[in-house]
Design a protein around this ligand. Structure first.
Ligand SMILES: Nc1ncnc2c1ncn2[C@@H]1O[C@H](COP(=O)(O)OP(=O)(O)O)[C@@H](O)[C@H]1O
Ligand SMILES: [Mg+2]
Length: 317
């Protein structure tokens, strides 16, 4: 069963400087119980995709396409219906979320407020649900009476994950859940996300700029470049048989865990301008294998059975 089905999603932002084309014909789906990764460098449009699904920060946004959540079309539903879905049926761990807890409100209250928004539950039951959920993320429930600053960054991130799964949503979207944490804490958070999916029987979209960190828990991975999906496949296909030159570069810029400090090999060059509608391959300038055809026309799009948006596609082993 498909929990989330995004088709032809295109997002533009109108600004004084012009219209920015941020998402371009994105197709992405998530099945029941699946953990799907969305990977791309900073600025590629990952958070925009998450926030468009959740209808957050929509002020100067124009969107086209379809977003179906358990069969329900989200692109044109009322704000009120969306508020009901968010938190109860779709949990969200926003980017930089360890700083998203209200610093002036104790943890327990932040949890009970979320419960009260969506359900009517006696106080004792709310307390039990909060304690049980915090226990799942290895936070001592006796500490619910504390303020966010009394916890470390990693603990606050776990509290945010607990908050996102509190009402057992069918889908959790976690945006860069490990960024700004050190390697050991990152690894624990990643394991925790997998446990959450297994124990809560939910589905998950995990967003990251770091393919290596999250790949081990993903069933499938989408690679995003300049607002387009450029490759999609099982984790095994993406990690061991990457087809798109961008995916290959992401893999070779690996920073080995536990190794001696190494110079990080980034991917040289800049992402495409968001103000232009390109009629060529947008990865052209940064690609070692670019050829005449890449300048002449855009590669096929990752829709349906097409797994890689490259003119050389399957030939790029
Ligand atoms: N409201 C907005 N108005 C104009 N541009 C925006 C807006 N929100 C995001 N962007 C632009 O969209 C691009 C993608 O941003 P984002 O989705 O945050 O990328 P990522 O999460 O992959 O780092 C960036 O160039 C960003 O500046
Ligand atoms: Mg982001």
């Amino acid at each position: 069963m498909t929990v989330l089905d995004v088709q032809g999603l295109t997002v533009d932002f109108s600004t004084k400087g012009g219209k920015h084309h941020i998402l371009k014909n994105v197709a992405l789906n998530i099945g029941k119980g699946e953990i799907v990764g969305l990977i791309g460098e900073s600025g590629s449009g990952k958070s925009t995709l998450a926030m468009t699904i959740l209808d957050i920060n929509s002020k100067n946004r124009e969107m086209y396409g379809n977003i179906r959540f358990r069969g329900e079309e989200l692109s044109n539903i009322s704000k009120e219906r969306m508020r009901k879905l968010r938190g109860k049926h779709i949990g969200f761990v926003p980017q930089s979320s360890m700083n998203a807890l209200n610093p002036l409100i104790k943890i327990e209250k932040q949890f009970t407020e979320t419960i009260k928004t969506h359900t009517e539950m006696p106080a004792q039951q709310m307390f039990e649900l909060t304690s049980k959920t915090l226990e799942m993320v290895a936070i001592d429930p006796s500490r619910t009476n504390s303020f966010p600053y009394e916890f470390s960054g990693g603990q606050r991130q776990r509290i945010m994950i607990a908050l996102s799964m509190l009402l057992s949503p069918e889908l959790i979207i976690a945006d860069e859940p490990t960024t700004a944490l050190d390697a050991t804490v990152q690894s624990r958070i990643i394991d925790l996300l997998k446990e959450v999916v297994e124990q809560k029987h939910t589905s998950m979209l995990v967003i990251s700029h770091d393919l290596h960190t999250i790949s081990r828990i993903c069933d499938r991975i989408y690679i995003m470049y300049g607002g387009r999906i450029v490759e999609v496949g099982s984790t095994e296909q993406i990690i061991h048989h990457p087809k798109h030159p961008y995916t290959q570069k992401l893999l070779s810029s690996r920073i080995p865990l536990m190794a001696e400090p190494v110079k990080v090999k980034g991917i040289s060059g800049k992402p495409p301008s968001t103000l232009i509608k390109h009629s060529r391959c947008e990865f052209l300038e940064r690609c070692d294998r670019a050829s005449v055809i890449c300048e002449a026309k855009r590669p096929p799009e990752c829709i349906g059975n097409v797994r890689v948006a490259c003119h050389f596609g399957e030939g790029h082993e």
